[in-house]
Design a protein around this ligand. Sequence first.
Ligand code: GAL
Length: 651
Amino acid sequence: MNLTQSVWLSIKLNYELIMIPKLGSCYYPEHWPEEQWQKDAEDMMKSGLLWVRIGEFAWSRIEPEEGVFNFDWLDRAISILGSAGLNIVMSTPTATPPRWVVDKWPDMLIVDAEGRARQSGSRRHYCFSHEGYLGEAARITEIIAKRYGGNSFIKAWQLDNEYGCHDTTLSYSESALKAFRVWASKKYKTIEHLNKSWKNVFWSMEYNDFDQIQLPNLTVTDPNPIHSLDFKRFSSDQVIKFNRSQSNVLREYTKKPLIHNYMGRITDFDHYEVGKDLDIASWDSYPLGFLEDRSDQSDEFKSKFMRFGDPDFQSFHHDLYRAVGSGRWWVMEQQPGPVNWAPYNPEPAEGAVRLWTWEAIAHGAEVVSYFRWRQAPFAQEQMHAGLNRPDGVRAPGLDEASRVFSELKEFGSIDQVQSKVALVFDYESCWAWEVMPQGRDFSYFELVYDYYRALRSLGLSIDIVPPNESDLSGYKVVLMPGLMHIGSQLESAIKGFDGVVISGPRTGSKTLDMSIPSSLPPEVPGIHATVARVETLRPKALITIKDHGHFKKWMETLVDCDNVIEFCDDGRPAIIGDEKNLYFAGWADQDTLRRIIIDICVNQGISVTELNDCVRIRETLTHRFWFNFSEEESTVGSIKVPASGVFWEML
Ligand code: GAL
């Protein structure tokens, strides 16, 4: 048995033991009178929400002044919740350092690219590089871990809250500057080596000493792209280090799984690397907020899906975080009603909360936990719905959650299976193309997401894999658009792979030092061609592909190609390669991607189902789930997918 198959088998066995998915909610005992806790706990249990996450913002109530602790209320809350039968996720409160911590360490604040300190008064105001805060975070973690590490009601731990949210990974503080110099000196050893790798001869940027290096902000025009890329690599490493310092402390006091709640479309740090120090990945899924706030789709699209969210956005993250958690993942926060933070905050369609929950479950979520149990009538999030209204009356989301609970009891366990299609997602490529987009709207996330959408619109289930994947066995098609550099592990996996590899545009187009490879791109195994030139295109400028379809945004002029499969109208190669390796010369539209993927799937014996843009499919080991992101019933062949609903069939 090869590695991939054995990993999947162990995940499956694991699931068989534990895998009847559960529901939960996020609760803030410190926000409510103590007399209410007991009833809340009982109501959660009655509603089928068996997990409860607490504590992630409670530092000022746990330690109101340095060294002065008040655990009584938390002891009682844990005891009430746990005695009611709830499984508790306890959190470290380090995303909200109280004011006294900031007074103690005034220079711990994160600094933006304009050099301004981002003030306390909300949350996530710390700089990952501040050693004093790192120590402070480890200290409070240890105190909480010591007290509750052995508590039998606590079944898992969450570290911090949403690393990187509110644009908080990169910091241009003095601490970051000092740490970056140390990081660079460790990486390059000598300043000569750094100068050579960064090619600092350009514009006389050569240094004599690591202490002369500044952060890549406030420069007159663009800083050296490798300077910026290395700063992003460094900033990601600081998140890993911060997380590791907490996980090391927690592991001394508890054997319970450690979890972080990642966010949607936050790519400033390498989640795969952070995930290596944790047991379970989770993410916070706000479909309507993300559609309004984080989507590049048109206004028309946003209006169409305003009550469901983009049908591919949630599943993309489910698949991504399944990879980050090496198979184990949750939704830690699920949108239950309108949020407060997007430009527009509509109500979900009736049935959407159930739909989102079932979709997460079909993609392998072990737990789906709603944010939050009850809407707070005060402070920043008073306009954010909960499962209950501020006066305690049930809100519509709670009925939908309870319905899923009843359905799950009938359904039993849900086992995942390796997909036939793998899509590589690489954080470093995100950073590289942010540093050097070449065209205003070039986004690596969007490029990969376009491929993902095309695959999903054909009814395919997808595994997202990291860029250092070393075993592709079990897959039949692997896609790696825009991957800046193919590392040696992936390269040898590709060489031994007997399915089809799809790459381009921009795949294998930079060295790790962010230069153009001397033999010119693409450096992709099995592709014999040279990128002679590239151009980026204005939003409405399209390049027509002869056989049908268009390229947008990005176009490469390929020369010396062994085999051209399709040409553009202007005579340039559009798609090159052979039956095992395909390379796209530009950013293909959905029609083109779908057309090519259908051909490949037919050749590989993978069945495809062409879906309209509201219907999506996910296959598990035993079932095919159909999801309908619209308020009309949808018919696909003999299947009727109910409006705002889910339909499942045995395979
Ligand atoms: C998340 C966060 C929660 C809450 C929620 C509101 O990003 O983790 O604490 O703020 O958003 O939607």
